[in-house]
Design a protein around this ligand. Sequence first.
Ligand SMILES: [Zn+2]
Length: 137
Amino acid sequence: MEDYQKNESDWTVVDAFTNEIYARLAQIALDKENIESRIQDSYLVSVQPLFSQAVGGVKLLVKETDESQAKIILQQYHESEMRAAKEAESQCPYCGAGHVRRLELPGWQWLFIVATLGIGGLIFYKKFECPHCGHRW
Ligand SMILES: [Zn+2]
């Protein structure tokens, strides 16, 4: 029990996520660099997602000795995730062609969608068009 207590104090939170999947993905990034990590509060958050905010999300912990290195790895991980998200946006998911066109939504269409479907209706709005195959998403 004493050893357990001692070990507990050696762990520190380096990141927090809104759900366990994101936390697990970041954990994989740390695993690749041989940094041991743990996930905390995932049970509570998955049972009641509303608790996610209250407990500060699903936390990723590393040993205090790995803290600075883990933070660098996680920063690189988040940057590469953002790059990947941007690339996915600028590439046709149907044929894989690049140089897709961003569709501008005319004001009246925007008003129509919001008036009929509510603000949530905007998620159905197609934002890009592929000049190669015509696919819209
Ligand atoms: Zn296409």
